[in-house]
Ligand binder design. Sequence first.
Ligand SMILES: NC(=O)c1ccc[n+]([C@@H]2O[C@H](COP(=O)([O-])OP(=O)(O)OC[C@H]3O[C@@H](n4cnc5c(N)ncnc54)[C@H](O)[C@@H]3O)[C@@H](O)[C@H]2O)c1
Length: 670
Amino acid sequence: MTANHNAFQAAILQGIPTSLPPKHQFPAGVNRAPKRKDILSKEEKYLAIRNALRYFPKEWHAELAEEFAEELQDYGRIYMYRFKPNYKLYARPLSDYPAQSQQAAALMLMIQNNLDPAVAQHPEELITYGGNGAVFQNWAQYTLCMHYLAQMTDEQTLHLYSGHPMGLFPSSKNAPRVVVTNGMMIPNYSKPDDWEKFNALGVTQYGQMTAGSFMYIGPQGIVHGTTITLLNAFRKILQPDENSGGKIFLTAGLGGMSGAQPKAGNICGCITICAEVNPKAATKRHQQGWVDLLIDNLNELVARVRTAQENKEVVSIAYIGNVVAVWERFYQEDIQIHLGSDQTSLHIPWTGGYYPVSLSYEEANSMLQENPAAFKKEVQQSLRRHAAVIQKHTDKGTYFFDYGNAFLLEASRAGADIMAENEIDFKYPSYVQDILGPLCFDYGFGPFRWVCASGKEEDLDRTDAIALAVLEEINTTAPPQIQMQLQDNIRWIREAKKNKMVVGSQARILYADAEGRMKIAEAFNIAIANNTIGPVVLGRDHHDVSGTDSPYRETSNIYDGSKFTADMAIHNVIGDSFRGATWVSIHNGGGVGWGEVMNGGFGMLLDGSPEAAERLKSMLFYDVNNGVARRSWARNEEAVFAIQREMERTPQLKVTLPNLVDDDLLKNLF
Ligand SMILES: NC(=O)c1ccc[n+]([C@@H]2O[C@H](COP(=O)([O-])OP(=O)(O)OC[C@H]3O[C@@H](n4cnc5c(N)ncnc54)[C@H](O)[C@@H]3O)[C@@H](O)[C@H]2O)c1
């Protein structure tokens, strides 16, 4: 044991320190969170300080009250920077954590991974991704949480209220070790400004999806999902004798998730043009090798794209500028766009998520600070222009899809001509409606993932090989409906290491259905029991079959009217929690915005034990088939097929199936 290691363990065990730590020094070059809205009244500011001081002994209050007031003034939030620990934050091997419970140690590993500066977007402010996806609201919550996890036994459960550790409660071995809720609000208090206000008060947080549930594994997850989406989008538009060579994919955003688009475009073999207004973001992605070329001039862009088309190059180009300008210029130049999408951050349109085409990047940033109301108008006008030019291209054959960033929703709210004739649907599908829903989620395929808790690369290699063997075996008897999905994922897992996308923990993502997830997990558990690999943490993105109710994204292909309900996500978190999850989480918010989605996830430690073998079967089965059953009840034929097949395999499963009505019968009823 090194001195550093001992100090790390001692700091965790201690929790809130016994003497006041020195003031915090910010590391150089770290990406800091933007200043949040100054939304609290004077009275509310007093309340925020009073709330923050609850974590500390009285004798520190005078000093801390002033410091926290300053933080509130300067950053719009109280992060309690002074209490950020001195030790390095990263996923250590499981055995490094001081713990009474291996399951609790697995949680510590995953929490630290989400806060690792190599992984997290704004590590000082405990934000993992998405601009506001918080692991905790402040450093006191982190410290206290780790302290509880270090002492807890397998007969206690820690309850986290939006990052706040309410405490350890007696439970049982079969209960989850941690229950996480993030941003749960009384529905009438779930507007964007409610998040600003209650987050500033220190009583709620935006957990995004995997940030607040400790299951983020860096950009690899998003590259895989984007690749699957693009592959299938091309399948939709290409003739059987065509391929994606020389075809154009135009989109926007080179940020956290959006930055995966050019890489996925290259994997799919097309020409990708990705506009990004922020030169820093574009340059960063270029330096990281996620996009091939940087161009900041439209004439040059047009010329380069024509050359790429002639040579059928596989190339990705970052255009530094506004995406609307590219759509418009390509229309003038008669450049055919085959696939079009958008990943600007329209889940936060008024605070810099979307830059209007009428302003330069600098002008937009000043207006955003100085005149937010005028900025909002510019955004709305730009969205109308954006939608209008997309329409011109789709009239010429472009396949445009919404990438779950609330583009269609915000464009419609801005008054853009974007609604279908029935005035209910949008003119264009979302990627879930047309692609991920019917081809993946309805069959139970979704972003299963795992982390090798030993921290060893060779363990990840072994798990890749195990997963590959399992999928190949399943594929030998799979029905034709799911063979393409299996083959895409066999190809992915075969090439996963080559794509070099591991950042932070030794993690892997792989789309799999219930059968695949259970068989892979079972094979891992056996390998752990045989000491071939160390313990493994299982999980998934919340962006999945059953965990998320989100009417414009995960459940946008639900057409029985129930897409505005959130029963599925709630059943899922409750169902997983008594079937063996090590931790469960349920969040309000996520990628499409506060109040727009309920999403949940889980984590499960596999330790090679017979109990783990039982847990994985019971929980993974429900975690996927809950959503397949609901999708089937919504009359989605792929899901009806999948759940009937599952009932044949599993006699204890009895799901209510829908009876389909003859449309003619309804014609003259009203
Ligand atoms: N990739 C996925 O699988 C996926 C899935 C669902 C939803 N999303 C959504 O995609 C959006 C983007 O996510 P992110 O993490 O990349 O966010 P981000 O904020 O890190 O990146 C968005 C980027 O868009 C740029 N931008 C804004 N307006 C622009 C404009 N008019 N022209 C050109 N560039 C512009 C911004 O400068 C920013 O860098 C979010 O709303 C997210 O919820 C992504």
